[in-house]
Design a binder for this molecule. Structure first.
Ligand code: S3P
Length: 179
């Protein structure tokens, strides 16, 4: 982080099931920030689910929608942004978020993620005969991107409340260092 960096917002990145939305909502409530989930905005604008966007338009079209939305976020203030798990794979997205937000990655192992998402069905990428294998390979491929966050918070042994507390602490530290 450079001293000239402005930190008006908080962006949560990390793999599916890392807890970005739950933690993000709690952080936003606590700080009286607006909460924004990139997947929710994309679904509302498209008038269909992420699953349908993937099925009807393909993943590249979804990634374009993500990228366009990220650009719009540069004008936000006091917003907690919860991002889709694949969003930071595009370096332009991460670079853009870093111009206005503290970027925090919520981390969990593939096994922990599998435990959290195994009964959910709304994620097209995990709609796979071997979801744990898919999680392992995707997580390994994405790890270098997630590690470019400003802060990494391990969520494995922490409750949502504890993770939120840790995230708020990191945001306060960053804001006081960049005032
Ligand atoms: C994706 C994660 C999902 C959603 C889409 C693709 C990914 O968001 O954006 O299904 O590539 O990891 P969550 O991380 O909120 O589940």
């Amino acid at each position: 982080m450079t001293d000239t960096r402005k930190i008006s917002n908080l962006a949560l990145i990390g793999f599916m099931g890392a807890g970005k939305s739950s933690v993000g909502r709690l952080v936003a409530n606590t700080l009286h920030f607006t909460f924004l989930d990139t997947d929710d905005v994309i679904e509302a604008r498209a008038g269909k689910s992420i699953t349908d966007i993937f099925a009807q338009q393909g993943e590249p079209a979804f990634r374009q929608l993500e990228c366009g939305l990220v650009e719009e976020l540069t004008h936000r203030d006091r917003t907690v942004i919860s991002t889709g798990g694949g969003l930071p794979i595009n370096p332009a997205n991460l670079a853009s978020l870093k111009t206005h937000a503290l970027v925090v990655c919520l981390w969990a192992s593939a096994e922990k993620i599998f435990e959290r998402v195994r009964h959910q069905t709304h994620r097209p990428l995990l709609n796979n005969p071997d979801p744990l294998g898919k999680i392992r390979s995707l997580l390994a491929a994405r790890e270098p991107f997630y590690h470019q966050a400003d802060v990494l918070v391990n969520t494995e042994m922490r409750s949502i409340k504890e993770v939120a507390h840790q995230v708020i602490h990191q945001l306060r530290l960053a804001q006081s260092a960049h005032r």
